[in-house]
Design a protein around this ligand. Structure first.
Ligand SMILES: Cc1cc2nc3c(=O)[nH]c(=O)nc-3n(C[C@H](O)[C@H](O)[C@H](O)COP(=O)(O)O)c2cc1C
Length: 220
């Protein structure tokens, strides 16, 4: 019997559905044992050609954290200026929790990726896909531990790379805000703010050709 028990399966689906992108945190420190579990979860992620391109930089220097915050705020402002619609909603959104969370980790792609061609010859971006799998593992493990995580992508990668003295061909892909939260949002904050809503299944699943309705959706 290779499948999990009903209770175990329920827990897996529960953590998937209750994971939230968090932007509100308490300042309480996270137990280092939990932080270790999060990085072990990242390490177990799938990766193209078993490349394991992920690198994480834990930011403990408050000056660097403040500089990351400034990079994010500058980009949030620029994005707001370029928006053509929903400007009013955008102005109300909280898009990062960099100053409030216990931990800031920068998730990055390592240097020297060009020599890894297994599964990447035609799609070099599979390195980023692999890093994203690692980040998702952290997100799910954190949720199971009762710890929130927010993914921040508001920054200019070159600026962040230079701030962190990263090698020229590495790439900072995400700022992760990790920490205790008062409560997890019941729905995505962007859904609550009516920025967007979750797509219906028949909008995201096709059969055989693009746009063709898939039979499993209609068959209960
Ligand atoms: C690649 C990626 C980048 C994201 N960047 C940001 C960000 O910069 N700021 C933010 O507030 N949320 C960011 N998010 C979180 C999304 O807004 C969030 O996942 C989405 O609204 C759905 O909410 P949920 O994660 O709670 O289900 C990012 C998510 C992903 C996957």
């Amino acid at each position: 019997m290779s499948s999990y028990s009903e209770a175990e399966k329920e827990t897996v689906y529960r953590v998937i559905s209750e994971r939230r992108d968090m932007r509100h945190f308490t300042h309480e420190a996270v137990d280092p044992e939990i932080l270790k579990k999060l990085i072990y979860a990242a390490q177990l992620a799938p990766s193209v050609g078993f490349m394991q391109p992920w690198r994480f930089i834990r930011i403990t220097d408050s000056t660097i954290r403040d500089q990351i915050y400034d990079l994010a705020q500058a980009e949030i402002k620029l994005t707001g200026e370029q928006l053509k619609e929903k400007k009013t909603i955008y102005a109300t959104l909280k898009l990062e929790g960099i100053k409030d969370c216990a931990e800031v980790w920068v998730a990055a792609l390592m240097e020297g990726r060009d020599k890894y061609i297994l599964g990447r010859r035609t799609m070099p971006e599979m390195d980023l896909a692999s890093l994203s799998c690692a980040i998702q593992n952290i997100w799910l493990a954190a949720r199971a531990e009762g710890i929130g995580m927010g993914w921040v992508s508001f920054f200019k990668p070159d600026d962040l790379a230079s701030l962190l003295s990263m090698p020229a061909d590495s790439y900072p892909a995400a700022v992760l805000c990790i920490g205790h939260v008062k409560e997890f949002y019941s729905k995505p904050l962007l859904e609550q703010a009516e920025w967007d809503s979750r797509r219906a299944i028949d909008e995201i699943l096709y059969e055989n050709t693009w746009g063709n309705a898939c039979s499993i959706i209609n068959d209960p």
